[in-house]
Design a protein around this ligand. Structure first.
Ligand code: 3PG
Length: 217
């Protein structure tokens, strides 16, 4: 099942959050929501990630939390149970697609080559993560993919920053961008939640500007 277009439209800039502590994850989510960012990807890169997803779901209002860095089929059910509304994966395997379908978890699978786009499309996905976006060719690669794959849309992640996000959001086949720049490690270490709110507001304003301008021809 694809991640609903409404979720990506609501979160045109999706923060990729890596939180070691559950209380930090909740504070980060609140700081992001205060800055107008309501769709969050909480990665399974820390021991407490599932608890963090559960805590955000239970304690933070007006947020849609997804689970990121899903790389194994067994993680799908755990993420669903924790309350994740969608999943994000850096790639896709048939077993992962089966697990997502079986559990009814909307998934944004990752691709970086034409063959991977075709495999993901065969598995029923039209909305894909393009990862690692910068190393995989950036906006030029996405423009090239729009020729053979006019029916596919992408969420570039990996090397996307406030400086280059606009170049991606200007493309007709880009629905949203993702990145960790909204939630810097130092800000978490210093518990500098106002900085995260500032970065969220900045990113939100940028996304609004590009949404208002519409895709480039
Ligand atoms: C991801 O998991 O999507 C990326 O690791 C995020 O990449 P970034 O740190 O370059 O934003």
């Amino acid at each position: 099942m694809n991640v609903p277009a409404e979720i990506l439209a609501d979160g045109p800039v999706i923060p990729v959050v890596v939180a070691e502590h559950v209380s930090d994850a909740v504070a980060i989510a609140r700081a992001l929501v205060a800055g107008g960012v309501r769709v969050i990807e909480l990665t399974l890169r820390t021991e407490r990630a599932l608890d963090a997803i559960r805590a955000i779901t239970e304690q933070v209002e007006d947020v849609t939390v997804g689970a990121g860095t899903i790389t194994r089929p067994a993680e799908v059910e755990l993420c669903m149970r924790a309350g994740a509304k969608f999943g994000v994966s850096p790639g896709l395997t048939p077993a992962l697609a089966d697990a997502a379908t079986f559990n009814g978890l909307p998934l944004l699978p990752g691709v970086m080559t034409p063959s991977e786009v075709m495999l993901a499309r065969d598995a029923g996905y039209q909305r894909l993560k393009f990862f690692p976006a910068h190393l995989a060719g950036g906006p030029s690669m996405l423009t090239a993919l729009s020729g053979p794959f006019p029916d596919m849309t992408f969420c570039p992640t990996g090397g996307v920053t406030i400086s280059n996000a606009g170049e991606y959001l200007a493309l007709a086949n880009v629905a949203c961008v993702g990145g960790s720049w909204l939630v810097p490690r130092e800000a978490i270490a210093n518990r500098d939640w106002p900085q995260i709110t500032r970065l969220a507001s900045e990113s939100r304003a940028l996304a609004r500007k590009w949404q208002a301008a519409g895709p480039s021809p």
